[in-house]
Structure formats: structure tokens, C-alpha cells
Write a protein that binds this ligand. Structure first.
Ligand SMILES: *Cc1c(COP(=O)(O)O)cnc(C)c1O
Length: 208
């Protein structure tokens, strides 16, 4: 289980405290904010003989792919073949194979990014053939509801979609990563097979 500390809106001083406490996975939504923290936090980790792993969890615009491949170890939010192609092209330029997750809009909400469940397997197939991309798994955001039990079916669906992709042998290596669960619903996500949870408020308190 990987705990990704979601540090959007959190100042570097407070992020250093969680690094001191042993957390090594940093999740940011925006390129610009990540750029502002990247150097200073990596340097801080280095003084502790540690290395941070950077996760992009927010929507990525095609024109920011160049920066994203420089900054991030894992991009969770690949929500179109177009952005995957941009990532692939930029990764090729710097000789990197970029690890990614394919984002699925399991609740089919209009306001959310991600592939529809019915198009996920085909999308994974199209993205997985890109030479400078490696698809490790799937990511989703559950809808906000009044009770965590209400989101269980969405997490279960993501798990089933990964199993379907693996049964169809769409990727050369089995998909293994399920990034699902935030402060409000991570317990249910873990019960349904999450291998990565993304926690912001549960670590840092409410955002202001
Ligand atoms: C903000 C955010 C999180 C963390 O949410 P919390 O409720 O603060 O735990 C997780 N994933 C994504 C994509 C986010 O934007």
C-alpha cells in the first residue's frame, strides 16, 4: 500500500514535517505548484539521504506534458489518448519511459475527467502501445456522497476494470496499481483493493 500525501495548497514547511515523519510520496494537482516545491523538497530529502516520489494527480493539459515528464515519477491522470501521446512524445525527447495510470470516470459524472468504464480497455490498449509510456494501472475519484458505503460500487468497478484488462492481456505486463481513495473514503477503497491512496486533509487538515 502506498500512501500519497496530497500537498496542494500546503506550504513547504509543513510538507517537510511529513517528510520527517517518513512520508516519501508527494501528490500535486498542478504543474506550477509542483515546480515551486520540487527543488527545495528534493534537496531537503537529499540531506536526509532520502528520495521523494512525485505524483501528478490533477488533470494535465497537453501543452504542459513537457514539464510533467520532467517533474513526475507517476502521472495518475491520463484521461485522453491525446494527452498520452503528448506525454509519450515529451518523454521520448528526454529518454524517459513515463509511468502512468489511466483515469476512469467510474461514476460517469459530467464534471469529472477520465474515460468511461466501457471505453477503458480500448483506451488502455491504445496508450500501452506508446513506446515511452508504461501503464501501471488505473485511477479514479469517487463521487462525493454522504456515506463512504455509497462509493463502494465505484471502487469495486475500477478493480473489475483492471481485472478485465488483465484477463484480455491488453498490456505486456499485468496492471497492478489501483489509485483510489481519499480522506473521506480511503477505508472502503482499501477494502476494495486500492494499492495507492491519495490523502490530503487527513494529513494536513482542512484546506483554506
Ligand atoms: C485533493 C485531491 C485528493 C485528496 O483529497 P483529500 O480529501 O484532501 O484527501 C486526492 N486526489 C485528488 C485527485 C485530489 O485532487
Amino acid at each position: 500500500m502506498t500512501l500519497v500525501s496530497v500537498t496542494k495548497g500546503v506550504a513547504v514547511g509543513r510538507i517537510r514535517e511529513v517528510i520527517d515523519a517518513g512520508l516519501a510520496h508527494i501528490g500535486e494537482n498542478r504543474i506550477q505548484e509542483a515546480q515551486g516545491k520540487f527543488g527545495v523538497l528534493n534537496e531537503y530529502a537529499r540531506t536526509l539521504n532520502r528520495r521523494l516520489t512525485w505524483h501528478l494527480i490533477g488533470h494535465l493539459q497537453t501543452n504542459k506534458a513537457k514539464d510533467a515528464v520532467v517533474l513526475f515519477d507517476l502521472i495518475h491522470s491520463v484521461d485522453s489518448v491525446r494527452v498520452a501521446s503528448a506525454i509519450d512524445a515529451q518523454a521520448a525527447k528526454i529518454g524517459k519511459v513515463q509511468d502512468v495510470l489511466v483515469e476512469v470516470n467510474v461514476s460517469a459524472e459530467k464534471t469529472k475527467f477520465g474515460f468511461q468504464p466501457s471505453e477503458t480497455a480500448a483506451a488502455v490498449g491504445e496508450i500501452a502501445v506508446l513506446k515511452n509510456i508504461r501503464v501501471l494501472g488505473l485511477m479514479t475519484m469517487a463521487p462525493e456522497t454522504d456515506g463512504p458505503e455509497n462509493v463502494r460500487p465505484y471502487f469495486r468497478r475500477l478493480r473489475e476494470l483492471m481485472d478485465e484488462c488483465n484477463a484480455l492481456r491488453i498490456t505486456s505486463q499485468e496492471l497492478r496499481v489501483l489509485s483510489m481513495g481519499m480522506t473521506a473514503d480511503f477505508r472502503v477503497a482499501v477494502e476494495e483493493g486500492a494499492t495507492m491512496v491519495r490523502i490530503g486533509r487527513g494529513i494536513f487538515g482542512e484546506r483554506h
